[in-house]
Design a binder for this molecule. Structure first.
Ligand code: PLP
Length: 395
């Protein structure tokens, strides 16, 4: 637990610490003002105003109008709601969905499900740096396409994708464009009112709001069919009693992100770059995964070749260092992640991919500790790796 032992938390793309300011603002809405925002009586009904204040803050954060914001339970819900709505409102002959090979499972697995239901899902490939093949995108997006959904920023590499150019292609083909901005929000500046994006999903817990709250932006004029059907909340666009405390928390987190945007992202970028450069200098055979020219300021993904990422993570964990690997431990075998595979990262590197992701709460001391500890860990693991021995023998 944080507080009991020192935790060096470099896994902010997985989730972030809820900002203490957000927690403080939320607390009264659990036990004091616990009414239902849709109630007729004053005790509950006045919370409708609190919900609208939260909506206004999230709208300002995204550069949107409050009427364009629908509260959801998470990023996954927003992604699902956007695509399913786009399929519902488009002409029936449009049965194609265009996504990328590096989407989050929230989109990829929905795609698999839609294929089972008879839709066609095509995936725009990426190159070895994880950059989207725009020529293939142009070929794939056509008159059969209902919706194009490409993430704004990749969770594993931090790569940024050309969402406006993709939205333009979608619109020319008469399709809608959605982007999963779960990793982008709060890390890159944008104002949706100046852009051509139709729908966009965000998740509170990636920008210091609590887990369990998200938002879906639906541009004014874009038809929307609800995903969660029931009561009349959210002007009939998302049923379910309003989560007042979490809406308050997300509003405060959005306000904080906006207030310190440039300062924080400059700070985080400096720490990230320092870690990135010093690890590459200190450790042999490190491969950079992703497009360093076009990526989030908080993320770096490095492969320590010829060893397993899980082993590195376990050794770092002993020192209280939290990061993520690019592998998913499925059915007992360690498979490189779909992102690493889509980029064609060689097997010997894909297995040793580690993602470091920063937030405003990281310090220079965090970076210094990792730089102090990690070279020894890598050396120790490589000393017992037959792949490393083989590589060294052949050098
Ligand atoms: N999309 C991206 C790019 C993500 O990184 C994540 C979470 O890691 C999600 C969607 C899912 O968000 P949530 O956990 O809020 O459902």
């Amino acid at each position: 637990m944080q507080g009991e032992e020192r935790v060096i938390y470099l896994d902010n793309n997985a989730t972030t610490r809820t900002a203490p300011e957000a927690v403080a603002a939320m607390l009264p809405y659990f036990s004091e003002y616990y009414g239902n925002a849709s109630s007729i009586h004053k005790f509950g009904g006045r919370l409708a105003k609190v919900v609208e204040e939260g909506r206004a803050k999230v709208a300002a954060f995204l550069g949107a109008d409050p009427s364009e914001i629908i509260f959801t339970s998470c990023g996954t819900e927003g992604d699902n709601a956007a695509i399913l709505s786009a399929l519902d409102v488009c002409p029936v002959r449009r049965r194609k969905i265009v996504i990328s090979t590096v989407e989050h499972p929230a989109i990829l697995n929905l795609g698999k499900d839609l294929e089972r239901r008879g839709y066609t899902v095509v995936k725009i490939p990426v190159d070895s740096l994880g950059r989207l093949d725009m020529d293939r995108a142009r070929e794939m997006i056509d008159a059969d396409t209902a919706v194009v959904s490409v993430m704004w920023a990749n969770n594993e590499t931090g790569n940024l994708y050309p969402v406006e150019a993709l939205a333009e292609l979608a619109h020319r083909a008469g399709a809608l464009f959605h982007t999963d901005a779960v990793q982008a929000a709060g890390k890159i500046p944008f104002k949706l009112r100046d852009m051509n994006i139709d729908m966009l999903s965000v998740s509170g817990h990636k920008f210091h709001a609590p887990k369990g709250i998200g938002a879906l932006y639906v541009r004014r004029g874009v038809r929307f069919r609800p995903f969660v059907v029931g009561g009349h909340q959210e002007r009939g666009r998302r049923a379910g009693t309003e989560n007042v405390p979490y809406i308050v928390g997300m509003g405060v987190a959005a306000e904080l992100a906006m207030a310190n945007f440039d300062k924080e992202n400059t700070y985080v970028r400096k720490l990230r770059d320092d870690l990135h450069n010093r690890l590459i200098a200190a450790i042999p055979s490190v491969r950079v995964n992703g497009d360093v020219e076009h990526r989030l300021p908080n993320t770096t993904n490095l492969s320590f070749e010829y060893i397993e990422g899980e082993s590195i993570l376990m050794h770092m964990d002993i020192h209280g260092i939290c990061a993520s690997s690019g592998s998913a431990c499925t059915t007992g075998s360690l498979e490189p992640s779909h992102v690493m595979r889509a980029m064609g990262v060689p097997y010997t590197a894909a297995h040793g991919a580690i993602r470091f992701s920063f937030s405003r709460y990281n310090t220079q001391e965090d970076v210094d500790t990792v730089v102090e500890v990690l070279p020894g860990i890598i050396e120790k693991i490589r000393a017992i790796s037959p792949y490393w021995a083989d590589f060294v023998a052949k050098r």
